[in-house]
Design a protein around this ligand. Structure first.
Ligand SMILES: Nc1ncnc2c1ncn2[C@@H]1O[C@H](COP(=O)(O)OP(=O)(O)OP(=O)(O)O)[C@@H](O)[C@H]1O
Ligand SMILES: [Mg+2]
Length: 240
């Protein structure tokens, strides 16, 4: 059984086809990186896969369950850290964590919050309102919150955008620890990040999924010097 399986996934916004018929299979425990230039359709895909928006056409199965007939079950087993950091600005960091623990009815709430505070080094930030934190810290809190329900499938839309080099490396370590235990789909504009973290990479261009393979395979297929060159070739359609 695949963690994620889509068939002819399409999202249209009036005349604009944001996602144009994606067929994708992601294995359980796999870390899949979705790449593509601005506007390629990555966020729209993530939003459909994580049940934040509905497809215009096509099907999605999460752990073998169709999203249309099992939406409640599916929402319990996944979580998403959106591209636009999603935390309540007027609540403190602690209140944000408590609020989401409440939403998911987490049993051992205090233990779970303490665990996330330790993993993400949030102790000093706990009493501060989210809106006064720097952008990078808000992002870290947002990612910590996305782990509150121990999701089996985690979607991270540009998780390291705006993080400093140290914070980025810390987050990579956290993601590497989760690797293999849960299924992760992440988007990024950092080629190094995709290469370092992912099992496989999907490249989107104008709503289409134009390549799916490992970083090494993509480099070979394109006869490229490195992954960035391979990405540029594929994303701009040079090799097609
Ligand atoms: N709510 C919306 N209404 C109308 N059009 C939208 C909406 N959301 C996305 N689009 C359009 O869908 C297309 C894909 O956008 P999307 O946000 O998925 O791209 P992306 O690959 O995530 O880009 P980026 O790297 O800039 O985040 C774009 O043309 C965008 O303008
Ligand atoms: Mg996006």
């Amino acid at each position: 059984m695949y963690a994620i399986e889509t068939d002819n996934l399409i999202k249209k916004y009036k005349d604009n086809i944001a996602v144009n018929g994606i067929n994708l299979k992601i294995k359980q425990g796999e870390l899949f990186a979705l790449l593509g230039t601005n506007g390629a359709g990555k966020t729209t895909t993530i939003k459909m896969l994580s049940s934040l928006i509905l497809p215009s056409l096509g099907t999605i199965k999460i752990n073998g369950l169709d999203i249309f007939s099992n939406s409640q079950t599916i929402k319990q087993i996944l979580n998403v850290s959106p591209q636009e950091t999603a935390i309540a600005p007027n609540l403190t960091v602690k209140e944000n964590l408590e609020f989401m623990a409440g939403v998911y009815q987490i049993k051992y709430k205090n233990e779970k919050i303490e665990e996330l505070v330790n993993v993400f080094n949030l102790t000093e930030m706990l009493g501060q309102k989210a809106k006064v934190l720097s952008g990078g810290w808000q992002r870290k809190v947002s990612i910590a919150i996305s782990l509150i329900n121990d999701p089996q499938i985690l979607f991270l839309d540009e998780p390291t955008l705006g993080l400093d080099v140290i914070a980025r490396r810390e987050l990579w370590k956290i993601i590497e620890k989760l690797k293999g235990k849960i299924t992760i789909v992440l988007t990024t504009h950092y080629m190094e990040e995709a290469e370092k973290l992912s099992d496989r990479i999907g490249i989107m261009s104008k709503g289409n999924l134009v390549a799916v393979a490992t970083a090494d395979e993509l480099i070979r297929q394109c006869d490229a010097k490195n992954f960035e060159d391979a990405f540029v070739k594929i994303a701009t359609g040079d090799e097609l």
